[in-house]
Design a protein around this ligand. Structure first.
Ligand code: SF4
Ligand code: SF4
Length: 204
């Protein structure tokens, strides 16, 4: 007798589901927004004058448990400067065949150069196209930014640069309190899709 009721209970579960609202989304025509802190693909950020935040230190590559990041640093010179400070990331690659989107690399980055967006459309049918290069990962220039190489343009000293840079980035993000170097999230920073199209993404 108890076994008989188990069967009825099992059918009851199925029966209840028949009257529930369908939760299926017609992807890719319909796309649900992700959770705000969703770990999507990475991006490399810039300072407000357009210089790159990446200093080529390779800490992200060392932190990665999947060995998915390859970085080659190089020296900035007075004539050819890509980032503030001594070094910049000359080569930067992320292999999305290996990456498990765990976020350890962005935690390791000392300059908040590397952050993650909400972009999850990473599937492809060739291995080569899943190795994203620096050119694909670096955030597009915003109005008022100048494409590197160029000198540090924010203030007269290095101290000025970082203080003014943080303040300007905060005002660009629409919040007077936010310091992107220390706090990170910038809700509406434009990110670039693989095809070069602009997408909205959340930086974490
Ligand atoms: S998200 Fe994780 S697996 Fe992917 S590159 Fe960063 S550390 Fe490596
Ligand atoms: S992304 Fe950050 S951790 Fe990685 S090389 Fe650049 S500065 Fe260093």
């Amino acid at each position: 007798m108890p076994e008989f009721f188990d069967t009825i209970k099992g059918f009851g579960v199925t029966f209840r589901q028949m009257f529930r609202k369908v939760d299926t989304v017609e992807y890719p025509e319909v796309k649900r927004p992700t959770a705000p802190r969703f770990h999507g693909r990475h991006q490399l950020n810039r300072w407000p004058d357009g210089l790159e935040k990446c200093i080529g230190c390779e800490l992200c590559a060392w932190a990665c448990p999947a060995d998915a990041i390859y970085v080659e640093g190089a020296d900035n010179t007075a004539e050819e400067r890509y980032s503030p400070g001594e070094r910049y990331g000359r080569v930067y690659q992320i292999n999305y065949l290996r990456c498990i989107l765990c976020g350890l690399c962005i935690e390791a980055c000392p300059t908040r150069a590397l952050t993650m967006t909400n972009d999850y459309e990473l599937a492809d049918d060739s291995r080569e196209s899943l190795i994203w290069t620096k050119e694909q990962l670096v955030v597009p220039l915003r109005p008022g930014m100048e494409a590197p190489p160029h000198p540090m343009r924010l203030g007269a000293s290095e101290e000025d640069y970082y203080q003014l840079g943080a303040m300007l980035a905060a005002s660009q993000a629409g919040s007077g309190e936010r310091n992107p170097v220390e706090k990170g999230p910038v809700q509406d920073w434009p990110v670039q899709g693989r095809d070069g199209s602009a997408r909205q993404g959340e930086v974490q």
